[in-house]
Ligand binder design. Structure first.
Ligand code: ADP
Ligand code: MG
Length: 437
């Protein structure tokens, strides 16, 4: 609830404070002038007892002008909207995000762990002449035991138990890893790591290219500076990813994929999923540049990611959306957190954001319109034509009614339905929206 109320106060500050400042600049003097004018007019032109008519009308004007409904309009909608979003498994950590999300033109997604499960498994292990899987895999896996990359977990799992102790392990972010195992220098990573280290991939490069064409991620292993094997890992697409991308397209949004993975692999997966823009082989720092490019080309960007290497992008994107099953660093850097790993949550976040902002606009139009219309009535403009004169008590009642309208309108957001439901029984999809909400 802490994030809900701070979300409300954030948007309140940003969205409304500016407007409130602009309005009060002329609102307060205008209301006082209207009240003074009313009193004067009734006193001079009104029937007897002129003074009491004048005071009743003047006080009614002041009461009607009370902008309490305007003050309630935004925070109530935000409270109800973020609450309903939470029931759908979408946590708005920063209130600004509720407004910014509906302005988004591009949804950019990290690949590993966001579009895909983030649990790759080993599919191919092809050795160079003179090397065998039995000798190479244990050395590679031993080096990977100290890495937290999903690829590392796949290799360690494939190698099984009894791995040697690796020393001098050095992770090279975006490239791979270097270590020493059993006196041998082990190098594992993408083709660009081999290029960087000046190791010829030779005939294995063709195998690697063919693996990439199947949408698998090719890696290379070198022992003592000699290319030893090409390894492929494959990561299944998450349930919900396809439905979410379809929904983004239906809403006229562009969908982009940003990944550190091999360009060919990324292109195959992107084509399969119907993704519009692909930026592959990005080093972690380049993800931010890519976001800036997307922003310049298409407009506001929402970025969805899960990993440590996504944190800078999550922090700089218009709206950063973290997968709740991802790393703590990503969650901490994000504006919105999905409680499950399912991308359909992003579609629901967009729905809540649009509905809440529409609700706020309705509230403001109502609260403002009500004031503008009733001030002349309270001043007694209708009285000479046989119309009513609002007593201060009636004026107070009318004002309360305006606040009741605004509150009831905000409460309608409670009945907002998720655009896409996360189909229940599939394992590992996490939270299912609460139907009782
Ligand atoms: P992403 O999470 O988008 O795949 P990364 O920057 O983490 O991006 O990794 C980019 C690439 O670097 C990977 O696709 C892989 O080829 C290589 N890589 C990174 N870390 C490792 C590792 N521990 N073992 C093997 N390869 C790695
Ligand atoms: Mg990732």
């Amino acid at each position: 609830t802490q994030s809900r109320s701070s979300a409300a106060s954030d948007v309140y500050k940003r969205q409304v404070q500016g407007m409130v400042d602009r309005i009060t600049l002329w609102f307060v003097p205008a209301v006082i002038a209207a009240a003074a004018l009313t009193i004067l007019a009734w006193f001079v032109l009104g029937p007897d007892p002129a003074l009491s008519f004048a005071l009743v009308a003047g006080v009614s004007v002041l009461i009607i002008a009370c902008p309490c409904a305007m003050g309630l309009a935004t925070p109530t909608s935000i409270m109800v909207g973020t609450g309903r979003a939470a029931e759908m498994g979408v946590l708005f950590r920063k209130g600004d995000a509720l407004q910014q999300l509906q302005e988004v033109k591009v949804v950019a997604l990290d690949k590993t762990g966001t579009l895909t499960m983030g649990q790759p498994s080993l599919t191919t292990f092809t050795c160079a002449p003179g090397f065998t899987r039995e000798t190479v895999l244990p050395l590679v896996a031993a080096a990977e035991t100290q890495s937290e990359h999903p690829i590392a977990r796949a290799l360690v799992a494939a190698a099984g138990q009894d791995l040697a102790q690796a020393s001098n392990v050095e992770a090279i972010p975006g490239y791979g890893l270097r270590a020493e195992v059993d006196g041998q220098a082990v190098l594992v990573g993408a083709d660009r790591l081999m290029q960087r280290e000046g190791i010829e991939t030779g005939a294995l490069a063709d195998t690697g290219a063919a693996l990439a064409k199947r949408g698998e991620t090719p890696l290379y292993a070198a022992l003592d500076g000699q290319i030893a094997a090409v390894i492929a890992v494959s990561d299944p697409i998450k349930q919900g990813t396809r439905a979410a991308i379809l929904a983004f397209h239906e809403q006229g949004l562009k969908v982009a994929m940003i990944t550190g993975d091999n360009a060919e692999t990324a292109a195959v997966i992107a084509t399969d999923l119907g993704i519009d823009v692909v930026k592959a082989e990005c080093l972690p720092a380049q993800k931010v540049e890519v976001l800036e490019q997307l922003h310049a080309e298409h407009g506001a960007v929402g970025f969805v990611g899960d990993g440590i290497n996504d944190a800078p992008a999550l922090a700089t994107a218009g709206v950063g959306i973290a997968i709740g099953t991802g790393t703590d660093v990503a969650i901490e850097a994000a504006d919105v957190v999905l409680m499950s790993g399912d991308l359909r949550g992003v579609v629901n976040a967009l729905t809540v954001s649009r509905a809440t902002m529409r609700n706020i606009r309705q509230n403001l139009v109502w609260a403002f319109g009500y004031n503008v219309l009733l001030i002349p009535v309270a001043a007694g403009v209708l009285y000479p034509f046989g119309g009513p004169l609002l007593s201060p008590a009636l004026a107070a009642g009318a004002m309360a009614l305006s606040s009741v309208f605004v509150l009831s309108n905000a409460l309608r957001l409670r009945r907002l339905q998720p655009a896409l439901t996360e189909t229940a029984p599939a394992p590992g999809t996490g939270l299912v929206p609460n139907p009782a909400g």
